[in-house]
Design a protein around this ligand. Structure first.
Ligand SMILES: CCCCC/C=C/C(=O)SCCNC(=O)CCNC(=O)[C@H](O)C(C)(C)COP(=O)(O)OP(=O)(O)OC[C@H]1O[C@@H](n2cnc3c(N)ncnc32)[C@H](O)[C@@H]1OP(=O)(O)O
Ligand SMILES: NC(=O)C1=CN([C@@H]2O[C@H](COP(=O)(O)OP(=O)(O)OC[C@H]3O[C@@H](n4cnc5c(N)ncnc54)[C@H](OP(=O)(O)O)[C@@H]3O)[C@@H](O)[C@H]2O)C=CC1
Length: 267
């Protein structure tokens, strides 16, 4: 059940990066359920095509494989959107990820993989979609998924650094592009039950149970709770809001036990 009007995104076109799985899939699904036409992209063609097939039962959903770290592949996604829809109204930068490691054990390749994905990739997609659609249209909306890294992110320093960069980038482009009627905001999820969490093995799995006990609401968040926050920021319901980060974390940004993360690897 939804509290939003079913036609909130009627005649609107949205791109969700990483829309084949987890939170991105839930966002794509919610946008479709509220009338949007959706494009999803990610690296792995087969699961991406399968996700688009399933989502198409809810409305128009197209896909194109793309590594957001390669700006030429991002341009190809823009080409598809231009051919299929001739416009873009909403960009949801959701693609991202990292691996758990103490900072001093992250090698150059691992550091660059995470920075390129989360910071550079998010920038490439935002710039390309603004240049190709939002600025010429004099209208656009960017919502970027980051993480809760307000007090640093021990155990995942690479992603903390990248997402802090993205949050600051969002504040800059929100100001530079306000004159083009473009808004840009972030959503910072806490620990959300998703396919992403399934990628973690011990000792992170055990940590997830502890993080649930620490949470003041005594639970992890749901993908729908993140999708609902994205819907708010992507819609005219938030028309005077830009450059902010909306925390969807059951208060973890005020009350999180960072020692759990520091001690994760029993160093
Ligand atoms: C504690 C609660 C946290 C809750 C908050 C956050 C939750 C989430 O974000 S859930 C979402 C999780 N989903 C993902 O993370 C999926 C996406 N992740 C990835 O695709 C990779 O982690 C990536 C970001 C590193 C990108 O992958 P790719 O470019 O394909 O890179 P490779 O797999 O080839 O790895 C490159 C390089 O990175 C180092 N490395 C990768 N994985 C690990 C690892 N598990 N441990 C240590 N180092 C790792 C390594 O240097 C790799 O190079 P090679 O050694 O040559 O393989
Ligand atoms: N689950 C959680 O607790 C939290 C998640 N987040 C963030 O939310 C977002 C979604 O995570 P979640 O759904 O949980 O995890 P998933 O691992 O399911 O989602 C990650 C998605 O990003 C895509 N992706 C990864 N790298 C690239 C790339 N270089 N180019 C294009 N697509 C890429 C993946 O598809 P493919 O492999 O096909 O490329 C996948 O669809 C991520 O940014 C994550 O860090 C933030 C806070 C908490």
């Amino acid at each position: 059940m939804s509290y939003y009007a079913p036609d909130l995104f009627k005649d609107k076109v949205a791109l969700v990066t990483g829309g084949r799985s987890g939170i991105g899939y839930a966002i794509a699904e919610t946008l479709l359920q509220h009338g949007a036409k959706v494009c999803i992209c990610s690296r792995k063609e087969e699961p991406l095509a399968e996700a688009a097939r399933t989502l198409s039962k809810l409305g128009t959903c197209v896909y194109r494989p793309c590594d957001i770290r390669k700006s030429e592949e991002v341009e190809a996604v823009a080409d598809l959107i231009q051919e299929e829809f001739g416009r873009l109204d909403v960009l949801v930068n959701n693609a991202g990820g990292q691996f758990p490691s103490l900072a001093r054990h992250i090698n150059d390749k691992g550091w660059n993989a995470v920075i390129n994905t989360n910071l550079n990739g998010t920038f490439y997609v935002s710039r390309v979609m603004a240049e190709r659609f939002f600025i010429p249209q004099q209208a656009g909306n960017i919502v970027t998924i980051i993480v809760n890294m307000a007090s640093g992110f021990p155990g995942m320093a690479h992603t903390g650094a990248a997402r802090a960069g993205v949050e600051n980038l969002t504040k800059s482009i929100a100001q530079e592009w306000a004159r083009f009627n473009i808004r840009a905001n972030c959503v910072a999820p806490g620990t959300i039950i998703s396919s992403g969490l399934d990628t973690y093995a011990e000792p992170v799995r055990q940590l997830l149970d502890q993080l649930k006990e620490d949470n003041l609401m005594q639970r992890h968040g749901t993908m729908e709770e993140v999708a609902n926050a994205v819907l708010f920021l992507a819609s005219p319901l938030s028309s005077y809001t830009s450059g902010i980060t909306l925390q969807v974390d059951g208060l973890d940004h005020l009350h999180a036990n960072r020692m759990r993360l520091v001690n994760l690897f029993n160093e």
